[in-house]
Write a protein that binds this ligand. Structure first.
Ligand code: 5GP
Length: 115
C-alpha cells in the first residue's frame, strides 16, 4: 500500500482545504506556503505515484488530466499563462511523496520563483 502523506489525508478529507477544482481523479487547492501570487497544487486522488516520473510511466492520461486542470486554473485565476513545477526527489526539493504539480501564475516580470 502507498505510504500515507499529508496529501492522502487531504484527499481523504482528514485535512480541510479550499478545493479550487475537482474531477473524478484530481483535486486542486492553494499551497499553504505560496511562492507566487497564484500558487495552486494539483494532485491525483490516488496515492499510487510518488512523483511525476512514476506517474508518466504508469498513467500518462492522469498526468494529462492534471495538466488540463492546471490550465483551467490558470485561466480562472490569472491570464491563462502559468509555470508548472514538479519536484522529483528530496534532493530536488520534493517534500511530499504523492505526485503534485505546482501551478504558479501572476509572477512578477523577471522574478523566476522557485522553491
Ligand atoms: P514539494 O516541496 O514536495 O514539491 O511541495 C509540497 C508543497 O506542499 C509545499 O509547497 C508545501 O507548502 C505544501 N503543503 C505541505 N503541507 C500542506 C498542507 O497541509 N496544505 C496545503 N495546502 N499545502 C501543503
Amino acid at each position: 500500500m502507498a505510504e500515507e502523506t499529508v496529501f492522502s489525508k487531504i484527499v481523504a478529507g482528514e485535512i480541510p482545504v479550499e478545493k479550487l477544482a475537482e474531477t473524478d481523479r484530481v483535486i486542486a487547492f492553494p499551497d499553504i506556503n505560496p511562492q507566487a501570487p497564484v500558487h495552486i497544487l494539483v494532485i491525483p486522488k490516488t496515492s499510487e505515484y510518488a512523483d511525476v516520473t512514476a506517474l508518466a510511466a504508469g498513467d500518462p492520461e492522469l498526468l494529462a488530466e492534471m495538466v488540463a486542470v492546471a490550465k483551467q486554473l490558470a485561466e480562472s485565476h490569472a491570464d491563462g499563462e502559468y509555470r508548472l513545477i514538479f519536484n522529483n526527489g528530496a534532493h530536488a526539493g520534493q517534500t511530499v511523496f504523492h505526485v503534485h504539480a505546482h501551478v504558479l501564475a501572476n509572477i512578477e516580470q523577471g522574478k523566476l520563483v522557485g522553491f
